[in-house]
Write a protein that binds this ligand. Sequence first.
Ligand code: NAD
Length: 326
Amino acid sequence: MRILVTGGAGYIGSHVVADLLELEHPVLVLDDLQRGNPQNAVVFQEHPAYRLIQAAIDDDAALRLVQDWQPEICFHFAALKAAGESMQRPDLYSSHNVRASYRLIEALLRIGCNRIIFSSTAAVYGEPRYVPIDEEHPLQPVNYYGFSKLAIEQNLEWMTRLTNLRYVALRYFNAAGYDLQGRIKGLEREPQNLFPILMEAACGQRATVQVLGTDYDTPDGSGVRDYIHVNDLADAHVRAMQYLSDGGASTVVNLGSESGLSVFEAITAVEVASGAKIDWQTAPRRAGDPARVIASSNKARQLLDWTPSYSQADRIAASMWPLYQQ
Ligand SMILES: NC(=O)c1ccc[n+]([C@@H]2O[C@H](COP(=O)([O-])OP(=O)(O)OC[C@H]3O[C@@H](n4cnc5c(N)ncnc54)[C@H](O)[C@@H]3O)[C@@H](O)[C@H]2O)c1
């Protein structure tokens, strides 16, 4: 299958590219490398089935090259993803995420590429009304990033009704870890998640880590989140592609481990993986941060026959530590 991967030089996209190449699919990556790690393109450049176009996803010249290449399916990862930044610079998220994706989808439909796997996010749900969060949970994003993803999902839903498009929107919870086979060498750039922050502390790039709230109604008082190993995410993408190839209807699917991990449990896992002691300080809760965010991945199990295998805290931490020692 000829596969277009937007954002394929990014953290999650590069892991999926590695799996797709291993399955012997020709892969065309469209990435402007603005936020991705160029190493994630270099690592594949000798592979005969890999090609990179360094351009924005709505660049006319790039889209003409995509048309010539004739992809049969598109994995659409390319996006800006920092919730905080999206509240300061909504213009960036409006143009890079919403407008650029709309143009990409139009172009794909024009050239007859009518299958899309879209990287969505748990941020479309907003504050949890209940946990575990299933796909029926109300959609009320509390940041512009979440809104931008919801706007793209809704466009995909409309296009499904009006054209022959079929899509799977995968709503990731917190992606973590690095490739267990060591194929990916590029560190995620400007990560905002807990595990990379703890890794930076473990290797001395940060003096201390702030634990934002230690008085939550959770077993150890710190906030609980759902972390999913990036290899588990990649596996779900390959299964979603198979689902669409088998004629599956458009749908949205959560991808989470279903097991909540507290900040203190993550600290312990990173200390064990690295052998370093992490200095942490208690800080006040961040406004709007819920005590627990946990996914229901029941639908992914039923529809994609997917179960996360690598998303335990110790495995996540152990898979990350080698990259922080480069
Ligand atoms: N990392 C997570 O925990 C997480 C959670 C939920 C959803 N997501 C979504 O998954 C996708 C991938 O995330 P990631 O963590 O790999 O991010 P990343 O920043 O590592 O990768 C995104 C890639 O897309 C490229 N890009 C961004 N906008 C572009 C544009 N307009 N044109 C061309 N290239 C562009 C960047 O250069 C980068 O290489 C994103 O859509 C993100 O919103 C990520």
